[in-house]
Ligand binder design. Structure first.
Ligand code: SF4
Ligand code: SF4
Length: 387
């Protein structure tokens, strides 16, 4: 209920700190940069929430576009919380839930939700095709192994995500990790559904996943995506989950530290790392992926200006990896902005540790005229090549 966030809404100082990363003073909100009006930044969305709360503004399509183009990246909170002590993203997500309840959801996001509801994934892929990405790789369905490898919808069905899933599986095999996958029993984790505010569907997905995990006796999960990691770690325990979860970069860091994986070759000289929002800002892990990259001999890791807590979102969160509400926009497109920033460091590889980031950033080098000059790679792909 929006009314429960009255205090947050009225405590917005209209200072605009949520638009700019401190102390670099660089733009930080992907939707604001894409569309340019205050109503696409947290500052404007707080005003929209206040107007809705006071009954001065009726929900409509224009309002829904301004609200659902928020990618839940958390950058506004990262600026607002220390400066003002407020939680703008909490308010925006409550506003989304309010709009879902009133039936105002942009068509692309409605389709995303419908597909997840009907198919258990946003790709309209039949469930029985869930494990096809792993055919011929030697990866087996989960039967009580130490880890369940949860690859998620991109890892299962998106061609880019499938390559990353295979790279990760290859690394785990080389390290001798005991793991299995759910294959046709894998279901959407629901992180995006929850962030969009479709809470009924989220709870149904989570309860179903928890039931399957319990039935199979899963005690440890390793995820390909930071989005799944986020919801398994932070949302599922409140719904009765009793399994531990790590993001794959965390497990690999341990395997390298324990001598189970020894990177030997350098597949890329200069690399910069794009912090995925659901690994970094939402879960405070800025280090694992950097340590994995740092273990590759000869690899030079350089930082972009917007890094770690001030990372600039690729625009794929909040369901936008599928709905693409922030697509287009020429050189104001967030993925293109990010690729320009990465190229400016002198890096020739933009690394990330999230299949959604890899998908979102994937077309940006060509759009920027940088095809062949900078490559988008996942940490798992870089490491596998180095082993
Ligand atoms: S949301 Fe926070 S940072 Fe943004 S204008 Fe309001 S008080 Fe300032
Ligand atoms: S969460 Fe990200 S996209 Fe949403 S208002 Fe905040 S900075 Fe902008």
């Amino acid at each position: 209920m929006l009314a429960e966030f009255r205090e947050n809404i009225y405590h917005c100082l209209k200072c605009g700190a949520c638009r700019i990363a401190y102390p670099e003073y660089t733009p930080i909100c992907p939707s604001g940069e894409r569309f340019g009006f205050d109503s696409y930044y947290a500052i404007g969305r707080m005003e929209i929430a206040r107007a809705v709360l006071e009954g001065r503004l009726e929900p409509g399509e224009k309002m829904a576009h301004r609200v659902f183009t928020c990618t839940s990246c958390g950058a506004c909170e990262e600026q607002c919380r220390p400066a003002v002590g407020n939680r703008p993203l909490k308010v925006i997500e409550e506003l989304k839930a309010d709009l879902v309840e009133k039936g105002f959801v942009p068509a692309n996001l409605r389709n995303f939700l419908k597909n997840v509801h009907l198919y258990g994934n946003p790709y309209q892929a039949p469930r029985e095709k869930g494990g096809e990405w792993a055919l011929g790789s030697g990866v087996k369905e989960y039967r009580g192994e130490e880890y369940l490898l949860y690859v998620g919808s991109e890892g299962s069905f998106d061609p880019r995500g499938q390559k990353i899933a295979l790279a990760l599986a290859g690394i785990l095999q080389k390290a001798g990790v005991s793991f299995g996958i759910l294959g046709s029993r894998e279901n959407c984790d629901g992180n995006e559904v929850n962030r969009i505010g479709e809470r009924g569907l989220f709870e149904a997905l989570a309860e179903e996943n928890i039931r399957i995990f319990k039935e199979l006796g899963v005690k440890k999960v390793v995820t390909l995506s930071p989005h799944a990691y986020n919801t398994f770690k932070n949302d599922y325990p409140g719904l009765g989950a009793d399994f531990g979860v790590v993001h794959y970069t965390q497990l690999i860091r341990e395997l390298i530290a324990g001598g189970k994986l020894v990177p030997k070759k350098s597949p890329a000289a200069r690399v910069t790392f794009h912090d995925p929002c659901f690994l970094g800002r939402h879960n405070q892990d800025y280090q694992s992926a950097r340590e994995v990259l740092g273990a590759v001999p000869g690899l030079e890791l350089v930082e972009m200006e917007r890094t770690r807590r001030n990372s600039f979102c690729c625009s794929g969160g909040g369901g936008n990896c599928y709905a693409d509400l922030l697509g287009g926009g020429g050189d104001r497109n967030p993925a293109r902005i990010r690729v320009r920033e990465a190229y400016g460091t002198g890096a020739r590889v933009l690394a990330t540790a999230c299949p959604a980031c890899a998908v979102m950033l994937g077309d940006a080098p060509a759009a920027e005229g940088l095809e062949g000059l900078i490559e988008i790679r996942d940490v798992a792909e870089i490491l596998l090549e180095a082993l």
